[in-house]
Design a protein around this ligand. Structure first.
Ligand code: TRP
Ligand code: ZN
Length: 879
C-alpha cells in the first residue's frame, strides 16, 4: 500500500502567489545525464498576497547545487529542502535569486520537464514540468520574461532552440557551441521550451495582415523534411484564418515547430516554439492516411490558435484549463469546418464526444469542465475539459450569435491581454459585449453530467397548434455535483410531408432565438407553435445545438423519414444512427433470449435508399453508411453485454453487405480513379466512401472479396488505400491477411510512425487469438515501451477491443494490469491513461466487476505507485 495518501488540490483553495518573478535568465549546459541548470531571477514580494516573507519554490527530481540571494550564497540552514519544495525562510522584498541544479534528461522517461529521447533534447512543461528543470514558482499566474542560453556539443546538437528571438550565438573551444534566445512576451513557465539536436528543417515565411514578416520553420529528424510540407501549408492557412475570422495576428518574427517521436500527448503550444508529437506533423501520401492528414491540419491549427487563446491570455490556475482548451478546440473545429465540410466535421466531433466524453461523465472520474478538485493535474487533460468545453463555448456562440461572439472575443482581449484569468472572466467579456445574461448558463462550468432531455409533442388539428413539453434532468455523477436545470439552446425544425421545413411561429411570450432556437432553462417548459399543418415531423437539437441526450423515442417511420429528408445534415445522420442503434439493441435482446436473428426490413430499406442516393457528397454519404460503434451501442445498456453487442453489430454489417453486395461492388469500382493522389476534400471523400464499400464487402469473406482487399492493399500507392484493406484483413483468418501483414512489416518496421498502424490493426482484430497475438507483439523488436505512440497503438488500442479486452476469462484485464505496473515507473502519465480503461467498471456485470476490482486492488497495493495511477485507480474502486 502507498504509505502516504497523496494530497487533493481544491479549486476553492486558490491563493495568489506570495512572490512575483519579473525576469528569468536560464543557462543550460546540456549533458545526457548531468545537465547543469543555472537560473537567475528577479523576485519581488506580491503586494496582493497576505504573507510573503517566506518563498516556497517547486522542484522535483532535481539535485540542488547552490542558492544565492543578491550574490550571496545561502548556508544550508537558510533554506528547507523537501522532495518537492525549496523554501527560503526569509528574503528581502525585492532581490535577485540564483539557483544552480543538476538534472538527468536521459533518465527522464516520464517525458515531463527536460528529457532526451531519440537523440533530441526537448521539454514538456505543461502543466507542471518546469519544476523538474529547476526550482521555480511553477504556477500559471506567475508570468516572467525569459532569456535562455543553451550550451551543447556542436556536432551532436547543431540546432539549439528556445522561445522568442535568437539574440546571440558562438563557439566554445571545447567542441561545444552556444545560443541565446530572448522572449519579449511575459509568460508562465509552462510555456517555456528548449530543443537541442541534429535536426532537419523546412522554412517558409508568412506576411501578416499588418505587414509583419514571420519566418516559419518546421524541424524534424533528418530525412523526414519532405513529410513536413503539409504541416507548413496548414500553418499558413491557420494564420490566415485567424486573421480573417477573429482579427488575430501573430506577434513574433519567428514561429517554430519541432517534431519528436517521444511525446505524451499530441502537441504543445510553447510560445514561438511548439513541440509536436511526430503523429501530428509528419504526413505524406506514402505513410499517412487521409485521417492522419486531417489531424495534422487540425492540431497545427489548434496549437497556433493557442498563441492568443492560451498564451496571450492564459489560465490563472489549472482549474481554469478549459478556458484555453475548450475555446481553442472550438476555434480549431471552426477552422476545419471552413476548410472542409462543416456538416461532416460536426458529425465526426459529436460522434467522438459520444464515444469518449459521454462515458467519462457516467464513470468514476466524472467531472465538470471546471473540476472541483484533483490529485494529479495531468489526469485532467480530459475529453470533458477539451471537447465538452468546446461544446459549452459553442452554445454561447449559438445563443448570442456569430457577430456578438466575435465582439465578445474582442472584448476578452481588450480586458485580459497579457493576464492569467478565469472562466468567469471569459463569460463576463461575452456578456459585456453582447448584453446577454449568462448567469444561469454558467452552471455548465460547475455541473457534471449529460442532461437527459425529453420532449413530448401534442398536436391539435383543430387549432393547428403543436405543443411541446420539454423536460430536463441529470443523473447523479461521481463528483457529487448539484444537478440544477441547465440553460441551453435547443435548435429545431418542423418538416412537412414533402421534406421541406415550414416557417416556425411560436406563441408569445416565448420567443425563438435566430428563428429556430428555443432557450431551455427550467426542469419543465412548454412551447406552443401555431399555424402548424397536419403531418409535420419534428427535428430536434439540430446541429447538436446542446450536448444532451434526447430520450424522446421516435418510431421507426419517423426515424426513416428524418434519415431520408431532414435538411439538417447532422440530424439526418443522427436519425440513421438512432435507427441503427435501435436495430442492434433489438438484436442484442434476441441473442440474449436465444431467438433467431433477422435484419429489420425498414432499416435495410432506408439504408438501401442512402446507398443509391447520388445527390449527397462522398464524405457525408460514407458517414450515413456508418453503423454505430460497439461503444455507442453499449451506452444504451445499464449492464453491458459485450459479446451480444459485438455479435449483433457484426450481424447487421454482414447482412447489409449480403443484401447490397452488388451495389457495394459497383460503388467500389465506380470510385476508382486514375488521377494522382490529392488531399482535397473531394478526393478524401472519394477514398473514404470507396474504402467504406470495401469494408462492407470484407464482411463477405469469399475469394473474390479477399482478393479485392489484397489487390488494393498491394497495388495502392498511398497509405489510405493500403491501410484500410490491411485493417479489414486483420479480422479474417486467411492467407491474404498473413501476406499483407508480413509485407507491411517488412516495409515499415523501421519507421515508428508507420509501424504503429500495424500494431493497432492487430490489437483491434476480432480473431479469437488476439490476446496471444498482443502478447507476442509486446516482444516484437519494433515494440518500444518508452515511446507512448507505440504503447497506445498496442495496449490502449487493445482496451478498445471489447470482446477480447473484456473476455470473461479475465485475461484481457490481467494483461492490462501487468502493463500498467510495468509502465508506471517508466511513464506515469501513460500508465494512468491506461488505467482509464477500467473506468467502465460501474457498467460491468457481476463477474467482470469482481475481476476488475481485484486488479485495481492489486494496483493500489503497489508500493511505489505514482499519484497519477493512484488517483484513477482509487477513484474507480471507490465508485
Ligand atoms: N496544451 C496542450 C494542448 O492541448 C496539451 C498538452 C501537450 C499536454 N502535452 C501535454 C498536457 C503533456 C499535459 C501533459 O495543445
Ligand atoms: Zn490545447
Amino acid at each position: 500500500m502507498k504509505t502516504t495518501t497523496p494530497t487533493t488540490i481544491d479549486q476553492k483553495d486558490y491563493t495568489p502567489p506570495t512572490h512575483l518573478v519579473s525576469s528569468v535568465d536560464l543557462c543550460f549546459d546540456l549533458d545526457d545525464t548531468n545537465t547543469l541548470v543555472q537560473t537567475r531571477m528577479e523576485i519581488t514580494a506580491n503586494p496582493a498576497a497576505k504573507n510573503s516573507s517566506a518563498l516556497t519554490l517547486n522542484g522535483e527530481n532535481i539535485l540542488l547545487k547552490s542558492v544565492k540571494i543578491n550574490g550571496k550564497q545561502l548556508a544550508n540552514s537558510e533554506y528547507d529542502l523537501t522532495d518537492t519544495t525549496l523554501t527560503i525562510t526569509s528574503l528581502p522584498q525585492r532581490c535577485t535569486l540564483e539557483i544552480e541544479n543538476v538534472i538527468d534528461p536521459q533518465g527522464n522517461t516520464a517525458l515531463d520537464g527536460l528529457y532526451k529521447a531519440g537523440g533530441i533534447f526537448c521539454t514538456q512543461n505543461e502543466p507542471e514540468g518546469f519544476r523538474r528543470i529547476t526550482y521555480f514558482l511553477d504556477r500559471s499566474d506567475v508570468m516572467a520574461s525569459f532569456k535562455t542560453k543553451i550550451i551543447a556539443d556542436k556536432k551532436l546538437h547543431p540546432v539549439l532552440l528556445s522561445n522568442g528571438n535568437l539574440i546571440a550565438q558562438g563557439d566554445l573551444p571545447t567542441g561545444k557551441h552556444w545560443a541565446e534566445w530572448e522572449d519579449p512576451f511575459k509568460k508562465p513557465c509552462y510555456l517555456f521550451a528548449l530543443v537541442a539536436g541534429d535536426l532537419g528543417c523546412i522554412e517558409d515565411c508568412y506576411t501578416t495582415a499588418g505587414g509583419r514578416d514571420v519566418t516559419l520553420k518546421i524541424y524534424c529528424d533528418k530525412g523526414n523534411e519532405s513529410r513536413c510540407y503539409y504541416a507548413m501549408e496548414a500553418l499558413k492557412k491557420s494564420m490566415k484564418w485567424d486573421e480573417k475570422v477573429f482579427g488575430l495576428e501573430y506577434d513574433l518574427d519567428i514561429y517554430m515547430i519541432v517534431a519528436v517521436d517521444s511525446f505524451n500527448m499530441g502537441a504543445m503550444e510553447n510560445k514561438g516554439l511548439n513541440i509536436f508529437n511526430t503523429v501530428c506533423v509528419l504526413a505524406d501520401e506514402k505513410t499517412a492516411t487521409d485521417d492522419n492528414f486531417l489531424s495534422v491540419e487540425a492540431v497545427i491549427a489548434h496549437e497556433y490558435f493557442h498563441n492568443w487563446t492560451g498564451n496571450r491570455v492564459t489560465c490563472r490556475d489549472w482549474f481554469q484549463l478549459t478556458l484555453k482548451e475548450g475555446l481553442t478546440v472550438f476555434r480549431d473545429q471552426e477552422f476545419t469546418s471552413d476548410m472542409h465540410s462543416r456538416a461532416v466535421k460536426r458529425i465526426d466531433d459529436v460522434q467522438a464526444l459520444r464515444i469518449r466524453q459521454f462515458p467519462e461523465e457516467e464513470g468514476p472520474m466524472a467531472h465538470s469542465i471546471k473540476p472541483n478538485s484533483y490529485i494529479a493535474v495531468n489526469n485532467f487533460y480530459t475529453t470533458t475539459i477539451y471537447e465538452k468545453g468546446a461544446e459549452v463555448i459553442r452554445m454561447i456562440h449559438t445563443l448570442i450569435g456569430k457577430e456578438e461572439f466575435r465582439k465578445g472575443i474582442d472584448r476578452y482581449f481588450e480586458l485580459f491581454d497579457g493576464q492569467a484569468v478565469t472562466t468567469e472572466d471569459f463569460v463576463r467579456a461575452m456578456e459585456e459585449a453582447s448584453g446577454y445574461d449568462l448567469t444561469q448558463f454558467k452552471r455548465w462550468y460547475s455541473q457534471a453530467g449529460t442532461p437527459q432531455v425529453n420532449v413530448e409533442e401534442e398536436y391539435n388539428s383543430v387549432a393547428q397548434t403543436l405543443k411541446l413539453t420539454v423536460k430536463q434532468s441529470s443523473k447523479p455523477t461521481a463528483d457529487g455535483s448539484a444537478k440544477d436545470p441547465l440553460y441551453f439552446p435547443l435548435t429545431l425544425g418542423l418538416i412537412d410531408s414533402n421534406g421541406n421545413d415550414i416557417a416556425l411561429k411560436i406563441k408569445k411570450p416565448n420567443t425563438l432565438l435566430h428563428g429556430s432556437t428555443l432557450v431551455i432553462k427550467e426542469r419543465e417548459q412548454q412551447f406552443l407553435f401555431e399555424e402548424v399543418p397536419q403531418n409535420v415531423t419534428l427535428s430536434l437539437n439540430r446541429n447538436f445545438s446542446a450536448p444532451i441526450k434526447l430520450s424522446t423515442k421516435k418510431d421507426r417511420t419517423t426515424q426513416t423519414f428524418l434519415m431520408a429528408h431532414d435538411k439538417d445534415p447532422f440530424n439526418r445522420w443522427d436519425a440513421a444512427q438512432e435507427l441503427a442503434t435501435a436495430v442492434i439493441l433489438q438484436l442484442v435482446n434476441d441473442i440474449q433470449q436465444n431467438r433467431p436473428l433477422a435484419l429489420d426490413d425498414s432499416f435495410a430499406y432506408a439504408f438501401g435508399i442512402v446507398l443509391d442516393d447520388h445527390t449527397i457528397d462522398y464524405s457525408f454519404k460514407s458517414r450515413m453508411l456508418q453503423i454505430p460503434t460497439e461503444t455507442v451501442v453499449a451506452q444504451q445498456m445499464e449492464t453491458i453485454d459485450f459479446d451480444a453487442i459485438h455479435q449483433a453489430r457484426e450481424f447487421v454489417v454482414a447482412s447489409l453487405a449480403k443484401e447490397y453486395e452488388k451495389q457495394f461492388t459497383q460503388l467500389y469500382h465506380s470510385l476508382q480513379t486514375k488521377e494522382d493522389y490529392s488531399i482535397d476534400s473531394n478526393s478524401i471523400g472519394r477514398r473514404t466512401l470507396k474504402n467504406r464499400s470495401l469494408g462492407y464487402l470484407s464482411h463477405i469473406p469469399n475469394e473474390t472479396n479477399l482478393k479485392l482487399c489484397f489487390a488494393q492493399y498491394s497495388t495502392s500507392t498511398n497509405m489510405t488505400d493500403a491501410f484500410f484493406p490491411l485493417t479489414f484483413l486483420a479480422h479474417i483468418d486467411c492467407k491474404e491477411r498473413n501476406a499483407a501483414l508480413k509485407d507491411f512489416y517488412d516495409k515499415w518496421h523501421n519507421d515508428t510512425l508507420v509501424i504503429i498502424k500495424w500494431f493497432r490493426a492487430q490489437a483491434l482484430s476480432k480473431l479469437p487469438n488476439t490476446l496471444q497475438q498482443v502478447e507476442q507483439l509486446l516482444q516484437n523488436p519494433a515494440y518500444n515501451e518508452k515511446i507512448p505512440n507505440i504503447v497506445r497503438s498496442l495496449i490502449a488500442a487493445f482496451t478498445q477491443n471489447h470482446i477480447h479486452f473484456h473476455s470473461k476469462n479475465g485475461e484481457g484485464y490481467s494483461l492490462l494490469t501487468e502493463q500498467i505496473l510495468r509502465l508506471d515507473p517508466i511513464n506515469p502519465q501513460i500508465a494512468a491513461s491506461l488505467v482509464g480503461a477500467f473506468k467502465i467498471l460501474p457498467k460491468l456485470d457481476k463477474q467482470r466487476k469482481s475481476l476488475v476490482t481485484t486488479h485495481l486492488q492489486r494496483i493500489l497495493q503497489t508500493e511505489t505507485l505514482s499519484t497519477n495511477v493512484y488517483e484513477i485507480a482509487s477513484k474507480t474502486l471507490a465508485h
